[in-house]
Design a protein around this ligand. Sequence first.
Ligand code: PBG
Length: 327
Amino acid sequence: MELLKRSRRLRNNINLRNMVRETRVSKNSLIYPIFVKEGKNIKEEIESMEGQYRYSPDKLLFALDELQKSGVNNVLLFGIPNYKDEIGSSAFDENGIVQTALKIAKAEFPDMYFITDVCMCEYTSHGHCGCLNNNYVDNDKTLELLSKTALSHVQAGADMVAPSDMMDGRILKIRQDLDKNGFVNTPIMSYAVKYSSAFYGPFREAAGSAPSFGDRKTYQMDYHNKKEAIKEALTDIDEGADIIMVKPALSYLDIIKDVSDLVNVPVSAYSVSGEYSMIKAASKMGFINEADIVCETATSIFRAGADILITYYAKDLAKYIDEGRIG
Ligand code: PBG
């Protein structure tokens, strides 16, 4: 038989397969989320996210050392405070948990890159991402709280801030206030395209941030919508966002593709807690091979168009890259 095209020809040798790969995965593109909590000598495993921990600032240093040795230099910090109130005031306390952890971490690891999640939900007594007005999250009043939080993170040493609250206008407000205070070169990664998702379940246990009433559907996006993703992304770029995030990742590959095709800034994707926990649980049961699934899913997110991947599997991926499984 005379076949003119034999696609298998390029699949017959591992070096050749590696040579013709269309998607590359690099440690430089990975960000590892870490939970820090107030206290000393704490490293407690998160029940819903086996292999992930809450660290007190002193113990965080060991986690950072391990991460840096794996070749991943980028961290996304989440704070778990002791004190919560109606407006989430410990979020912008200069001695708050994120601010304290940053000061210690930056001094010990000057070559690492520290991004902070900016949101109120871990700090409010009601668990919503802003302050309330008759049980409704008040958009415009929340902007001031978010901006104060972002500024306090940057003053404590954050290299980049990542607002995840989904209030309208927060990128503009944060950009203006950072600029006014001389931080014109601090980038903002906006959780611009953030869907209201059941995939955040394990995170809310990890961070103690589940809303005490209602849900987040009046501020996070409805997963039936696609054009709205473009609207959110373009709005935040207009307001000064440097990087646009799509979140979650795996059920939203079409959104990552559409957003990355349309915008002219880097796109990050957040493979969230539920994605992590599902893979962990199924592999623990022996139903899937964890390493193979992690490589395949991470690659699919880059293939969809993401430039950056935020993942609880960052350290594992670094190892898989070293082993030549992906890359
Ligand atoms: C804070 C925030 C959440 C996540 C990141 N930032 C939770 C939420 O919106 O309820 C989720 C991360 C994850 O699930 O891994 N607003």
